[in-house]
Write a protein that binds this ligand. Structure first.
Ligand code: BYC
Length: 482
């Protein structure tokens, strides 16, 4: 029996949605399960499938105690279907149906739109596992190795979450979409993942931390917006996914923070004052701060593309239909319909970039992107404080939103990190200063030597301030031999 808070483990698929009495969906999920395990075996963490990993598993959706920690072999992880509890009397928060009772079933007129959003969300989850599958062999510590695998199994669970919605609410085409989610793969020339950033490589651990800081943060914003959906099962699914997502943000922010900390400490100990003396800093076996800035420029700009075009009728239609809201929609103080409202959007014009008041409805993507930029800036500020405490004269900066874009308003132009429009020649000349060069990549790669001794860390990254689940420094987070 399920009580919506505690999770039922009596069926093959742990859940709090009473799958035990929903034979049709249980059967569809059981049929999908072997394909998923096959995908995990082929495309999941390479070389560690037999290792015992100290993982958290969701056993409840009670915010006060939802997970337990234990050693698990990843293929035996209990991927389950967990939805946040239904809110009594919940109403559609935005658009033309605002105030009407939230839908418990798919509204016929929005079926295609809803399915598309769920498929796009679902597609990103396995993609990130694929992108990160080679990282285990170069992990800087068992602590970091465990965090990587925690993120991976939870992205796997987020795929389950979307597949449940497809199979429960979209019948035969939902089942077909669920199969397709296992068929596409990151970077595959014939069957790529749907969104650009999910076909890029994650070749090293700095890229992984940047990905979890910048790209998982897009995930957080998109899940926030989908958790405002008037389609209640989607809202409840995304609300619980956000609980897990917080750890992914933590891995990114503290990961980059620990790299920066180690660099600043090494510079101080060696008496190196100039953070731009790259050869000298690299000679200390740590990653120089300007290269970290270049990596941030790359991952920030790739992640901005995930918000779609600034001006989008797709986004307007989804908002108006009440199936995707704004960030914290229910806390915003306007009419939630936006029929006459405007929103300031950065646009090209008169040979430069200027702010234009656009109809707020079509500017939904721009607004969510602005909220994202604000959220990113918070993390950047925390790193800068840390650098200032070490006395190193360096500050990280988010590049302008027009920098290095492939989607939206700025896709057709070149801009420098300050947002100045430049021509092709200036772009080619400046690129090596602004984005990681092949030499930068090769240097980072040269540092990626595994450190698997409990309590030890590769020399380019500082240890964390505290262990996972309050474990002491020497704790063996991954028993590699299994
Ligand atoms: N790449 O009106 P437009 C996460 C397409 S991350 C390729 O501008 P719209 C995670 C678009 O599909 C969050 N194509 O955009 C993180 C459309 O094509 P069609 C994932 C793109 O629809 C880390 C056309 O361009 N979730 O969870 O307003 C680890 C015009 O589109 C791209 C979501 O994204 C692109 N970047 O907004 C693990 C939420 N951008 O249909 C997980 C669900 C646009 O005309 N998705 N196009 O052929 C959405 O809300 C929206 O679909 C998007 C795009 C925000 C993605």
């Amino acid at each position: 029996m399920t009580d919506a808070v505690n999770v039922d483990y009596s069926t093959s698929i742990p859940n709090n949605v009473d799958l035990g009495s929903d034979r049709r969906v249980l059967k569809a999920l059981e049929q999908w399960h072997p394909g998923y395990l096959d995908w995990w075996g082929r495309m999941g963490p390479e070389g560690f499938q037999e290792a015992l990993v100290y993982l958290r598993t969701a056993v409840s959706v009670d915010p006060k105690g939802w997970a337990i920690f234990d050693y698990v072999r990843m293929p035996q992880y209990r991927w389950g279907i967990l939805l946040a509890p239904q809110e009594e009397g919940r109403r559609i928060p935005c658009g033309e149906h605002a105030g009407e009772p939230a839908w418990q079933d798919v509204p016929g007129e929005y079926r295609a739109m809803l399915r598309r959003l769920i498929v796009i969300q679902g597609d990103t989850e396995p993609a990130s596992v694929e992108q990160q599958r080679h990282l285990g062999v170069t992990a800087p510590s068992l602590y970091d190795l465990r965090n990587l695998f925690q993120v991976n199994v939870e992205e796997g669970r987020h795929l389950w979450a979307m597949v449940y919605l497809l199979q429960k609410y979209f019948g035969r085409d939902g089942r077909e979409e669920a199969e397709e989610l296992l068929r596409r793969s990151s970077g595959d020339p014939d069957h790529p993942r749907m969104l650009g950033a999910f076909n890029e490589a994650t070749p090293d651990w700095l890229s992984f931390f940047m990905f979890t800081f910048f790209t998982d943060r897009d995930g957080k914003m998109q899940l926030e917006a989908l958790s405002q959906s008037g389609f209640d099962p989607l809202s409840r699914t995304c609300r619980f996914m956000l609980t897990e997502e917080a750890h992914h943000m933590f891995v990114g922010e503290t990961g980059i923070g620990r790299v920066i900390q180690r660099t600043c400490e090494a510079m101080r100990t060696a008496g190196v004052d100039d953070p731009y003396d790259i050869d000298q800093v690299r000679g200390l076996g740590v990653i120089d701060l300007p290269t970290i800035q270049k990596k941030a420029n790359l991952h920030f700009s790739l992640s901005l593309d995930l918000f779609g075009s600034e001006i989008s009728t797709n986004a307007a239609n989804a908002f108006n239909a009440g199936i995707k809201g704004r960030h914290r929609e229910s806390k915003l103080g306007d009419d939630h319909r936006l029929l006459d409202a405007t929103y300031p959007v950065l646009r090209l014009g008169n040979g430069g970039i200027r702010t234009v008041e656009e109809p707020a409805l079509t500017a939904i993507n721009a607004r969510l992107r602005d909220d994202y930029v604000h959220d990113c800036a918070g993390g950047i500020g925390r790193w800068n404080k840390m650098i200032a405490r070490t006395g190193t004269p360096f500050e990280f900066k988010l590049p302008h939103v027009a920098f290095n874009r492939r989607i939206g308003e700025f896709a057709g132009v070149h801009a420098d990190p300050d947002g100045k429009l430049i021509d092709e020649a200036e772009w080619q000349a400046g690129m090596a200063k602004w984005l990681p060069s092949p030499e930068d990549r090769a240097f980072i790669e040269s540092l990626m030597q595994p450190e698997y001794a409990p309590g030890r860390f590769a020399p380019w990254i500082a240890p964390p301030r505290a262990g996972i689940d309050n474990k002491p420094g020497e704790f063996e987070y991954v028993k590699i031999a299994g």
